[in-house]
Design a protein around this ligand. Sequence first.
Ligand SMILES: [Zn+2]
Length: 308
Amino acid sequence: MKEVEYTQDKQNIRIKKKKRKLNLIRLLIIIILCLITFLGGRASAAVSHVSDENQDKPAAAEPLAGQWNLLLINKNHPVPENFNVELVQLKNGQAFDQRAYPDLQNMMEDARASGLSPYICSSYRTMEKQTTLYNKQVEKYQEQGYSLEDAKEQAGKWVAVPGTSEHQIGLAVDIVAESNQVLDKSQENTAEQIWLMENCYKYGFILRYPDHKSDITGIGYEPWHYRYVGKEAAAEITQRGICLEEYLDTFYSAPKEIDFVPVSPTSAISSKAYSTSAVKFVEEVVAPVTASTREITCLSSSFCSNSS
Ligand SMILES: [Zn+2]
């Protein structure tokens, strides 16, 4: 009898043990489920947080045709007839759009801080100035034996025809090395151009007429001509390795290809102009230099007065 009781006790203990085990397993399952629920909740919260952040950000960078810094000027898009701009006068007589000037100043200062000697040899030009440069270029080709018509055609590929130069809107600068102020391909090997080409986008500038883009820009390779487009556009243009025309392609229906068979003038001086159009300029828009205006130190040079 005692043996039977002992056996029952043993069985009861086993059952109790089993129950405990089951309870423990249930508890573990509950804990695991709670953990899963908790972590899942956190994950979804994080996701929705990110998407909220994305919603706060403006839509992907879409260049607006009306933005002053993205104004496209080329053979097919001359300077608007009613165009006007407020300029800041630089120390050496050059002038630049006052809105973009701080970025230009910063770029020049940082280049100098890197031990370089960049020099702005050309910036804003009036219609009159552009016409003079263009006519000079035409004469150079005529001296090489070109007919007037052919000389104009060739000149237009290196000096923007008056009315179609970016220099006329105050957003373009020709920057050279103080040690080499000749506007030819040798510029690309100077420490100044290497630095500028690598860093200009950080200040909102692009090398406007890169190599291999002449069929689109209509202008030959100019490793000295920088155009201000703003930091956002400059970063995208640089990153994608495109030119301004390609960047703005959505907004302009200009022919993608411009006839371009350049014959470099023997003097290796490049500049651009386009055919004259009835563009009227307000000549006296140069802002006076004030005491608070920082000025870019420039030398005067007779070498690089011509370029696109
Ligand atoms: Zn230029």
